[in-house]
Design a protein around this ligand. Structure first.
Ligand code: PMP
Length: 388
C-alpha cells in the first residue's frame, strides 16, 4: 500500500494495523502488539468491544444521522446521563477534543460579554498545556513547538505558569472571562494540577465572574479511576470538555456546563453538523454503561494500584527510571533520558506506549485491562530497560 497520499503530519512507527481485539492489535504481517496507548486514551474498552460493535450494528440499522434542526432520542438520553453523573446541567455535542475545547472557549467569551461587556474577553491558559490543533485550541496550547509556524493566533489570551497560584492571581482581572486547564496535563508529561492551584483558580473565577474550564479530553471518562477527573479534587469546574474515551473509539466530543454558564448560548451562537448524532450518542451510552454498571471503573481502580506497584519496583531496580506520575490508568514513567528510546524498544518487543513531554513515557491501557496483561507489559518494559 502506498503511503505518499497521506499528508506528512505525523512521525509514525513502522506498522500498519489491520485488526484489533481487546488489548491486542495485529499488523498487516500478523505480528501482535499489546496496546497500552489505546488510541491515546480513546479505546477505553479495548479494541472491537462486543457491546460497542453490537450498538453500532443495531443503531446503524435504526437511525444514523438527523440534523440538529430536530431532536433525537439518543442525544437526549446521553445528555441526561452526562448531566446526572457530572452535576452539570447542559451539554453541547461535537466530534472531537478540539471541537469540545472550541465550544468551551466560545462559551466563556459569550458569558464574559453578558457579565462585563465586550472588554471581558480574556482567556487564561496554562504553560505546557495541550488542547488541540484547531486554531482556537492551538492558541491556548502553551507549547511553542505546536504554535510557532501558525501565527498569528487568536487574540485576548494570557499564559499562566501551571501550578503557580501567584502567577494566576497576577494575571486575573475584570477582563478575564475564562480559565482553561487540564486536571492532568497529558501531552505535556502527565503532570497533575495541585489542589492549592485549583482552589485558587476556583476562588478567582468566582470573584471575577469567569468560567473555570476543565479539559478532560484525555483524563476524563474513567481514566483517573473516577468518571470525571474533577471528582478527584474538592472543587468543581463550570465547564468540562470531553471526547476521546467517551466514544470508546467512535468519534464524539461533548462540552458540559453548569446551568448559569450554559445559558449564555442562545440559538445561532454555535453549531456542529454531526454533533450529537444518534450513532455516536448510542455508542457513548454503551461506554457509560460498561464503565458505571459493568464494573470497568472498578477494574480501573484495582489495576491502577497493581500497575503503580509494579512500576515502582522498576523504579527501584533501574536508575534510568526517575518516578511514576499520574492517577488511575493515566500514568507516566519519568526517565532521565528521552522517552522515545524506551517507546521504540517496547514497540520492537510488541508493546505500544507513547511519549509525553520529553522524558516521560505514557502508559494508557484500556480501562478493562487485566492483571495478566499488565504483567506481560511490565515484563516487556523491564526487558527494554535492561537494554537502555
Ligand atoms: N485536549 C486534550 C487534553 C488532549 O489530550 C487532546 C488530544 N490529545 C485534545 C484536547 C484534542 O483532541 P482531538 O485530537 O480529538 O481534537
Amino acid at each position: 500500500m502506498k503511503k505518499e497520499h497521506i499528508m506528512n503530519t505525523y512521525g509514525r512507527f513502522d506498522a500498519t494495523f489491520v485488526k484489533g481485539s481487546g488489548t491486542k492489535v495485529y499488523d498487516a504481517q500478523g505480528k501482535v502488539y499489546l496496546d497500552f496507548v489505546s488510541g491515546v486514551a480513546v479505546n477505553c474498552l479495548g479494541h472491537s468491544h462486543p457491546a460497542i460493535a453490537k450498538t453500532l450494528a443495531d443503531q446503524s440499522q435504526t437511525l444514523i444521522h438527523v440534523s440538529n434542526l430536530y431532536w433525537n432520542d439518543k442525544q437526549l438520553m446521553l445528555a441526561e446521563k452526562l448531566a446526572a453523573y457530572s452535576d452539570h446541567h447542559q451539554v453541547f455535542f461535537s466530534n472531537s477534543g478540539s471541537e469540545a475545547v472550541e465550544t468551551g472557549l466560545k462559551l466563556a467569551r459569550k458569558y464574559g460579554k453578558i457579565k462585563g461587556g465586550s472588554d471581558k474577553n480574556v482567556i487564561l491558559y496554562m504553560e505546557n498545556s495541550f488542547h488541540g490543533r484547531t486554531l482556537g485550541a492551538l492558541a491556548v496550547t502553551g507549547q511553542e513547538k505546536y504554535q510557532k509556524d501558525f501565527m498569528p493566533l487568536m487574540q485576548g489570551l494570557k499564559a499562566v505558569k501551571f501550578n503557580d497560584p501567584d502567577d494566576l492571581e497576577k494575571k486575573m482581572d475584570d477582563t478575564v472571562c475564562g480559565v482553561i486547564l487540564e486536571p492532568i496535563q497529558g501531552e505535556g508529561g502527565i503532570i497533575t494540577v495541585s489542589p492549592e492551584f485549583l482552589q485558587k483558580a476556583r476562588n478567582l473565577c468566582d470573584q471575577y465572574q469567569a468560567l473555570l474550564i476543565f479539559d478532560e479530553v484525555q483524563c476524563g471518562i474513567g481514566r483517573t479511576g473516577k468518571l470525571f477527573a474533577y471528582e478527584n479534587f474538592t472543587i468543581q469546574p463550570d465547564v468540562i470538555c470531553m471526547a476521546k474515551g467517551l466514544g470508546g473509539g467512535f468519534p464524539i466530543g461533548a462540552t458540559l456546563a453548569k446551568k448559569e454558564a450554559a445559558q449564555a448560548f442562545v440559538p445561532g451562537d454555535h453549531g456542529c453538523t454531526f454533533g450529537g448524532n444518534p450513532l455516536a450518542c448510542a455508542v457513548a451510552l454503551t461506554v457509560l454503561e460498561e464503565l458505571m454498571e459493568k464494573g470497568v471503573l472498578e477494574n480501573t481502580k484495582q489495576q491502577s494500584v497493581y500497575i503503580m506497584d509494579q512500576l515502582s519496583k522498576l523504579q527501584n531496580k533501574y536508575p534510568v527510571v526517575q518516578g511514576v506520575q499520574g492517577m488511575g490508568l493515566m500514568l507516566g514513567l519519568g526517565l532521565n533520558i528521552e522517552g522515545k528510546h524506551l517507546v521504540q524498544k517496547c514497540f520492537e518487543k510488541g508493546l505500544l506506549l507513547v511519549g509525553a513531554g520529553e522524558k516521560v513515557v505514557r502508559i494508557l491501557p484500556p480501562l478493562n485491562v487485566t492483571q495478566g496483561e499488565i504483567d506481560k507489559a511490565i515484563a516487556i518494559i523491564e526487558a527494554a530497560l535492561k537494554e537502555l
